[in-house]
Design a protein around this ligand. Structure first.
Ligand SMILES: CC(C)(COP(=O)(O)OP(=O)(O)OC[C@H]1O[C@@H](n2cnc3c(N)ncnc32)[C@H](O)[C@@H]1OP(=O)(O)O)[C@@H](O)C(=O)NCCC(=O)NCCS
Length: 462
């Protein structure tokens, strides 16, 4: 098989299997991986991570003529990834990859991005759709059609003239009798036998397979319940060569501006050492499936909890102090655990106490003896002096300077570039507008405004 130099998108388990197929088919063609959850330079058995998906345009310029192979096992996630890359790198090639031990009929058609793994069989006259996946030892028999972004799991078998719609996943070892039609975005459970046609967006399983429910968007039907993976294409496994463990999955609450900042900060942390796998965002307003800075919106908090369960870390990515406690309460109800995100450039004294759910942005300083209660938010280049206390849900905006020993009450907002004098107490739920100087204690629930700049009209001078 002729292959151009290849970059594999997705360095998780499936990416590594696909990498071996590329190497087996055309040794030396693998340039490396891109992955949104692993730091550039991370080494895997088959090569190293070259960057994240946003770096692809640059990587393609660096390796003209390189082709991409999307190696994400989850069909909807693979589709989203392809759409993103098509927008980022128009015209880039997605050559089909066929493991040399697969038997593919010369009269079969393989569309772009298709991946056919070891020991698979593709019969005469079959059509293998774009970005579809025929996994290890699966068989698509003669004149059958596998739709775009559809998949046959290992050892799944179809009879002749079967039609499988786009986005549909056929589970491990499932069998589909000849001539049957399975609709689009359906799921056939492992070891099922499809005797009757299966409609679109239906989850069916059993022998014979019975429709059980409508397919839920965002639910990863191919993973075992105990080990359900993220759908972002982020790493499932950290560097296996060094034996490092899997970074824990984190959900960002809110996919707006602050949520996006948190995602970027996590990437910065991962670039230093793998810290979190971003599972995605939960958001009450955005549409599930939307990609925000390389990570997907998964649904509302409750939908994400229903799909992924309670064993998740989260950080609140909504900056508005008023709404954060309610979001945290919802996350706690779901059984999630708060976790902190701290930019690697922050300078933090060794005895600082940092509560879970805290965010400390790039360029901050936090002095000795400071105590940051859970869910404090300290924005870029803020300075938190020695022995300062930040209570829960405080928000310290960019450039703020909190002098030594000051105390900032629960839910208080300190606007950009404000200064709080040494030892001053700012009462709970107060708001200091930008550029305020708090020279003396401020009672709870007080709004303090700084002098607003004025345009002074003076007779002009040369
Ligand atoms: C069919 C499937 C999608 C259902 O997933 P789900 O909606 O999360 O269902 P659950 O795991 O909650 O199981 C619900 C019930 O259906 C049963 N069930 C699930 N999958 C089944 C299957 N394939 N055959 C028979 N029964 C099945 C379970 O035993 C469970 O029964 P219980 O409530 O009596 O314990 C999933 O089980 C499956 O088979 N996925 C394919 C896995 C696969 O092939 N992966 C490929 C990896 S490359």
């Amino acid at each position: 098989m002729k292959l151009p130099p290849i970059i594999i998108v997705g360095a998780a388990d499936h990416g590594q299997v696909v990498a071996e197929a590329v190497e087996a088919a055309a040794a030396g063609k693998l340039l490396g991986f891109v992955d949104d959850g692993l730091a550039p330079g991370t080494k895997l058995a088959q090569g190293q991570v070259l960057g994240c998906t946003d770096a692809l345009p640059e990587l393609i310029l660096k390796h003209p003529g390189a082709g991409l192979v999307i190696a994400i096992g989850d069909n909807p996630a693979r589709r989203r990834c392809a759409e993103k890359i098509r927008a980022l790198c128009p015209g880039v090639a997605f050559p089909p990859v066929v493991h040399p031990s697969a038997l593919v009929s010369p009269s079969a058609t393989l569309d772009e991005g298709a991946v056919i793994l070891a020991g698979a069989l593709v019969g005469a006259g079959s059509v293998v759709g774009a970005f579809s996946l025929i996994n290890t030892r699966a068989s698509l028999d003669h004149h059958a059609m596998l739709g775009d972004f559809a998949s046959l799991a290992p050892a799944a078998t179809t009879g002749g003239r079967v039609i499988i719609g786009a986005g549909t996943a056929i589970g491990l070892g499932a069998g589909i009798l000849q001539g049957r039609t399975i609709g689009t975005d359906a799921v056939v459970g492992a070891m099922s036998l499809v005797y009757h046609d299966i409609p679109d967006r239906t989850v069916a399983f059993g022998v014979p397979a019975q429709p059980r429910e409508e397919r839920k968007p965002g639910k990863p039907y191919l993973s075992a319940p105990s080990s359900r993976r993220g759908i972002s294409g982020a790493a499932e496994t950290a560097d296996r060569t060094t034996g490092a463990t899997e970074p824990p999955k984190v959900v960002i609450i809110g996919a707006g501006g602050h949520g996006k900042e948190i995602a970027w900060n996590i990437r910065q942390m991962n670039a230093v050492s793998p810290s979190y796998e971003i599972l995605g965002y939960c958001d009450d307003e955005k549409t599930a499936g939307e990609i925000v800075l390389g990570a997907p919106v998964l649904g509302t908090l409750e939908q994400v909890a229903h799909t992924y369960g309670s064993n998740l870390l989260y950080i609140c990515g909504v900056a508005k102090n008023k709404v954060r406690p309610a979001l945290v309460a919802r996350a706690e109800k779901a059984g999630w655990t708060p976790t902190s995100v701290i930019h690697p450039s922050a300078v933090i004294a060794e005895d600082v106490q940092i509560g879970p759910g805290t965010y400390i942005a790039a360029g901050c300083y936090v002095g000795p003896g400071a105590r940051l209660a859970p869910h404090a938010l300290v924005n870029v280049i803020a300075s938190v002096g020695h022995d300062v206390t930040l209570e829960e849900h405080t928000q310290i905006c960019p450039g703020v300077k909190l002098s030594g020993g000051s105390k900032i009450g629960r839910g208080t907002f300190i606007g950009s570039n404000s200064v709080v004098a040494p030892g001053v107490e700012v009462g709970e739920w107060s708001t200091l507008s930008a550029a305020t100087f708090a020279a003396a204690d401020i009672p709870p629930r007080t709004l303090v405004t700084s002098p607003v700049s004025q345009h002074l009209t003076k007779p002009g001078k040369e």
